[in-house]
Design a protein around this ligand. Structure first.
Ligand SMILES: Nc1nc2c(ncn2[C@@H]2O[C@H](COP(=O)(O)OP(=O)(O)OP(=O)(O)O)[C@@H](O)[C@H]2O)c(=O)[nH]1
Ligand SMILES: [Mg+2]
Length: 420
């Protein structure tokens, strides 16, 4: 990976390059690119956006803009230029030749953030894999781009190269082998995670998952709801691995709340693919909470992206709630009354969200009051593990329980129910 992306140093100065073909909001995209740089320990010292009807062959940007960009790089001491989009190997080479600095693209930044933030084994393997797969077809351009940095980077370990094998061939072979090893490891890890999930399903505890665009406050909400710590940071992609936490709803029902990795606009499709497994948790949950930033004018557009990804994961039939978080920041904009307004910061609306979760789960679980005869106390254990118990009272004819059971388990308890 690039030497430029080392986190705990002075921020590396970079110049941002954009091409506005009128297909999306280029200004917003550049702001996001700038935030991506910051999250990568880089500082964007200049932005150059060219509006054109069509990209320039080979370099995307026209001659004049490239000249301008080169001057910026030289005068501001930038070590790299970052293009707001995907570049091919030859485009990387052409641009780095013209600008005389290392050239990276938006996807590489996102991948690097993913890689450096991944916590679990699976997250680490997935992110490295996605990065290698992205780099492989661009190796030549990247190699030449890196060598612009005064021969740094590279890191192929020339000594182990076979006779007559070029550095490029060596790197390719090495990456292919690494990819194979990682794929194998990932398969094993996925199998294990599937087993964990099945164990959780068997335990019967309902699962809710928080999904949405990056930085909308999913982790903060989870912290506010569960009162413990999940990493939260004003940085894109603070969460890269689903984090499961226990949450007790006002009804007394225990659920598992799962935090997921945030989406980003124009996330290349194959990236969504690569990180699906972290989002797959959503596909196995009983309720999905879609979180958006109340203060962000793009919130509806972001929710549309969220819906698309959820649809791709086959989540349409799962009950969903929509939450506008950060309502402490928002102006009095009109909104759909079905939307729940929350603030993880002030605590506003958290009760509404909890109540809505209870309501959404009410058809999956049933509140029960029952008396189990002393010879049926084994069922109490099942009730504790598969549902939840809020009141337990030892009486003459058995033990009185109040709590919840899964609707699908209700038949087991029917003979002992006191009321419905
Ligand atoms: N004003 C305000 N800020 C909030 C609120 N909730 C979260 N934030 C801030 O928003 C930033 C992002 O919060 P996170 O909880 O990390 O966001 P996330 O959705 O988990 O982001 P990813 O993990 O990147 O997907 C942090 O700086 C939070 O302090 C809120 O209700 N009000
Ligand atoms: Mg998070």
């Amino acid at each position: 990976m690039s030497e430029l992306m080392i986190q705990d140093k002075e921020p590396v100065k970079v110049v941002l390059l954009g091409l506005d073909l009128g297909q999306f909001d280029a200004d917003r995209s550049m702001d996001e690119l700038s935030a991506l740089c910051e999250a990568n320990g880089m500082e964007a010292v200049a932005q150059i956006v060219q509006r054109r009807a069509a990209p320039e062959a080979g370099t995307l940007l026209g001659e004049g803009k490239l000249e301008e960009a080169k001057l910026y790089c030289q005068n501001l001491g930038a070590e790299a230029a970052i293009f707001d989009g995907e570049l091919s190997g030859s485009q990387i080479r052409n641009l780095s030749e013209r600008l005389d600095v290392e050239v990276l693209d938006r996807t590489m930044l996102i991948l690097e953030i993913f890689r450096s933030r991944a916590v679990t084994n699976e997250g680490k393997v997935q992110t490295e894999l996605a990065m290698l797969r992205y780099r492989l077809p661009r190796l030549q351009g990247l190699g030449e781009s890196l060598s612009r940095q005064g021969g740094g980077g590279g890191g192929g370990g020339g000594a182990r190269r076979g006779a007559g094998e070029s550095k490029l061939e060596y790197d390719r072979r090495h990456i292919h082998r690494r990819i194979e090893a990682l794929e194998q490891k990932l398969t094993e890890l996925e199998k294990r995670r599937g087993e964990n999930r099945r164990a959780r399903q068997k335990a019967g505890t309902p699962v809710i998952s928080l999904v949405g665009y990056t930085n909308v406050g999913k982790s903060s909400l989870l912290n506010a709801l569960c009162g413990a710590e999940v990493m939260e940071a004003d940085m894109l992609f603070a969460t890269l691995d689903p984090t499961a936490r226990k949450l007790t709803l006002p009804s007394g029902l225990n659920v598992i709340a799962v935090d997921t990795v945030g989406f980003v606009s124009r996330l290349p499709h194959k990236l969504v693919e690569a990180f699906k497994s972290t989002l797959e948790e959503a596909a196995y949950s009983d309720v999905i909470v879609k979180v958006a930033d109340a203060a962000d004018e793009e919130r509806e557009a972001q929710l549309t992206i969220t819906d698309q990804v959820l649809a791709e994961l086959g989540c349409e039939s799962i009950p969903q709630l929509t939450v506008y978080n950060k309502c402490d920041k928002a102006g009095a904009t009109p909104f759909d009354p079905a939307v729940i307004l929350t603030s993880a910061k002030t605590g506003q609306g958290l009760d509404d969200l909890l109540a809505a979760l209870d309501a959404a789960l009410s058809d999956r679980v049933r509140a029960v009051k029952l008396v189990l005869p002393y010879d049926k106390l084994g069922l109490a254990e099942a009730m504790r593990s598969r549902g939840s118990v809020s009141v337990e009272d030892y009486r003459e004819n058995g033990v009185y329980f109040e709590g919840f059971v899964k609707s699908s388990d209700l038949h087991i308890y029917l003979p002992y129910l006191l009321e419905n």
